[in-house]
Design a protein around this ligand. Structure first.
Ligand code: 2HG
Ligand code: ZN
Length: 458
């Protein structure tokens, strides 16, 4: 059947300029940031407000064409790209920023507002957003809510879920659910915004968010520390966390990743020698936290070398060693990305064992690990594998499950991890999730193949 009637109905809703079918224009929406997940979209539709999103979903449901919601397309598990013939619903035009409430520290943002744009809007008023991540220039708040994004400040402010005071979203049949009106307490039944947070576009299309903000801190201090083992780095991080409520970030990386970053970005290594583990700490406060951070580290004998920074440029130079891992890895090849968490007391053994598990299944593969130490969340990136060779991934994820961890700590299940969902979610859990999916999207219109394998959907 021809798609022309659907295209012209969609064009009459969003305007001809905002339905893209030209393969050249559609191409960037069809592939994810890593280059691993690619598909074919029937069209890309860019609605300009909630009413248009609703009309688009109604038309697609009537035509039985599935819809893939997409924000900044910075996801890493293939959850925002089409497979074969879906309509991509892009949130890029949903960029309203309204109702900044200085007293409550809240703002209402369209789903397509980027993290950078949100911060630019609220910073002049003394606020910032509690989540920060390297893709801040492109990642949208709608995508961050749909995936319950984490980032580098989770230890202080929690994940995206904790920043959401309200939400407006459109269900698969076009109906609009909304809890944006800001009362601080509201126990009137199921909390739909929280249900939709982390649902990866499978239950609804998020259109607007009521977001909690945090107060900007005037001073920041960063320390990059070299340690002889991850165990030492964990001990230092836990101690600083206990002593300094100003601690904002505690990130870890290792020599393999540091070498790759330095080579890719043309950076000089931070220290004269190479060490087994690196720990990056950042404190933020209303008064200069540098002295307190240095004092807290003075007695930590496990630190072999250190670099400190307070001004913005010097802090960014230290952060670059951590933040540029993702791009450096991608420049080296198309990675398989495992985003896992294990209990902190098992983290060092996990990191020690993971590269061996990979090598045993793929002798030439290269494993690069880095991540968010406080949550035991490590990004295990495997380079040098054939795209469909998932034996190494399988071994690592099974090991994570044995250790009592999570097979996806922050990026989500997407299309990449559906076959392993059962490792850490029980049959009853998955059945309950399917029942929710079926109740809200009985035709399986939204993001088929994400979270649940496609055939078992609904
Ligand atoms: C980060 O922590 C992101 O920088 C990306 O979650 C992780 O590239 C990755 O594997
Ligand atoms: Zn991360």
């Amino acid at each position: 059947m021809t798609s022309e009637p659907l295209f012209s109905a969609l064009a009459s809703v969003v305007g001809q300029a905002h339905i893209l079918t030209d393969p050249e224009l559609v191409a960037t929406y069809e592939v994810d940031w890593t280059g691993r997940f690619r598909g074919r979209a029937l069209a890309v539709v860019r609605p300009g407000d909630t009413a248009e999103v609703s009309a688009v979903l109604r038309l697609c449901a009537a035509a039985r064409v599935a819809v893939v919601p997409q924000g900044g397309n910075t996801g890493l598990v293939g959850g925002g790209v089409p497979t074969d013939g879906e309509v991509v619903l892009s949130s890029r035009r949903l960029t309203s920023l309204t109702d900044l409430d200085i007293a409550a520290g809240e703002v209402t943002a369209g789903a397509g507002v980027t993290l950078e744009a949100l911060n630019a809007f609220v910073r002049p008023h003394g606020f910032e957003f509690g989540i920060d991540l390297a893709s801040r220039g492109s990642a949208t708040v709608g995508g961050m809510a749909a995936t319950n994004a984490g980032g580098v400040n989770v230890l202080r402010h929690g994940m995206m879920r904790a920043q959401i005071a309200g939400m407006e979203a459109v269900l698969a049949d076009g109906s609009v659910v909304s809890r944006l009106a800001g009362v601080g307490k509201d126990n009137t039944g199921y909390d739909i915004p929280q249900l939709l947070t982390g649902s990866e576009g499978t239950l609804a299309v998020i259109t607007r968010l009521r977001l909690r903000l945090v107060r900007s801190r005037a001073y920041r201090a960063v320390a990059l520390l070299a340690c002889d083992s991850l165990g030492d780095a964990i001990a230092v991080a836990l101690r600083v966390r206990r002593d300094l409520p100003t601690l904002d970030a505690a990130e870890a990386f290792f020599p393999e990743g540091l070498d790759l970053v330095c080579e890719h970005a043309g950076l000089r290594p931070p220290f004269g020698a190479s060490y087994a583990a690196y720990l990056l700490l950042e404190c933020a406060a209303d008064t200069d936290p540098a002295g307190g951070l240095a004092d807290a580290l003075l007695t930590a004998q496990a630190i072999r070398d250190s670099a400190f920074a307070t001004d913005t440029a010097a802090r960014q130079r230290l952060w670059a060693y951590r933040e540029r891992h993702t791009e450096a890895i991608n420049a080296a090849g198309v990675p398989q990305k495992l985003d896992v968490a294990v209990p902190l007391d098992r983290l060092a053994s996990f990191v020690a064992a993971a590269p061996g598990l990979v090598r045993a299944r793929a002798a030439g593969a290269r494993t690069v690990i880095f991540g968010h130490l406080a949550e035991g969340n490590m990004h295990v990136n495997i380079l040098g594998l054939a795209p469909d060779d998932e034996r190494a991934a399988d071994a690592v994820l099974r090991f994570v499950a044995e250790l009592g961890g999570s097979i996806s700590a922050e990026h989500g299940i997407g299309r990449a991890k559906t076959r392993w969902l059962h490792l850490t979610r029980s049959e009853a859990d998955v059945a309950a999730m399917r029942a929710i999916k079926h109740a809200l999207d009985p035709l399986g219109q939204l993001n088929p193949g994400v979270i649940f394998p496609v055939r078992e959907q609904g």
